[in-house]
Design a protein around this ligand. Structure first.
Ligand code: TMP
Length: 230
């Protein structure tokens, strides 16, 4: 039985992709893989992850609002989440697996809604300048796993899903813009992003994922395909 390593450096990993990309089950599988190697994992999501941010999430997913209001609320939720969950977990040396982070804001509010990217950049600098990262620096994920798949494929998957929220209910064209927003963020910061081809069978997506982590030395052995999510 592996023991938690008190010297381990905190790792902040975000997961991104358009609705229907299939990331949730894989995030749970990765949490198990990290725990299996003795790491303590904080599994969290945005918008959300704290009691306040979860209230903001409910508003964001259900109430109509203009794009500036939407952007302010996602960043308000993010600040609360960073200060109360993400930074403390990183300070304890944990692995933080976060289902969506700021790239989602650039993709959905920037790409999907067409909102001003400069304003989003300003909010990013305000919100992610946490005391822990020091003067002039921003908290960013160590790695962003981007589940990339054609918007048409994602839409077909979502068609079978539960009642859609305000974002899931958007037309295909909205998701084409969201996907373009993700592609632009990945192109601007290629070393932070790992692109996963998410339009493949689940075990092949899992293989791509685990090899990404093994390559970085964050998971020490190749986790067999059948140990991932079903
Ligand atoms: P989820 O369904 O993956 O939990 O995400 C909730 C929705 O919120 C999803 O449709 C994407 C959207 N979203 C934004 O529009 N902006 C953001 O900054 C984040 C984090 C999520």
């Amino acid at each position: 039985m592996p023991h938690p390593n008190p010297q381990a450096r905190g790792l902040f990993i975000s997961f991104e992709g358009i609705d229907g990309a299939g990331k949730s089950t894989h995030i749970a599988g990765l949490a198990d893989a990290f725990r299996g190697q003795g790491r303590t994992v904080t599994l969290t999501r945005e918008p959300g992850g704290t009691p306040l941010a979860e209230k903001l999430r409910a508003l964001l997913l259900n109430d109509s609002m203009d794009p500036l209001t939407e952007s302010l609320l996602v960043f308000a939720a993010r600040r609360d989440h960073l200060m109360n969950v993400i930074e403390p977990a990183l300070a304890r040396g944990e692995v933080v697996l976060c289902d969506r982070f700021t790239d989602a804001t650039f993709a959905y509010q920037g790409g999907g809604r067409g909102f001003d990217l400069d304003v989003l950049g300003t909010l990013e600098r305000w919100v992610q300048a946490t005391p822990a990262v020091g003067e002039g620096a921003l908290r960013q994920p160590d790695l962003t796993v981007w589940f990339d798949l054609p918007p048409e494929t994602a839409a077909a998957r979502l068609a079978d899903a539960r009642a859609p929220d305000r974002f899931e209910a958007q037309p295909l064209d909205f998701f084409r813009h969201v996907a373009a927003g993700y592609a632009a963020r990945a192109a601007a910061d290629p070393t932070r992003f790992a692109r996963i081809q998410a339009d493949q069978a689940r075990h092949l997506v899992w293989q791509q994922l685990t090899s990404t982590f093994v390559r970085r030395g964050w998971l020490s052995i190749m986790v067999p395909a059948n140990s991932g999510p079903r």
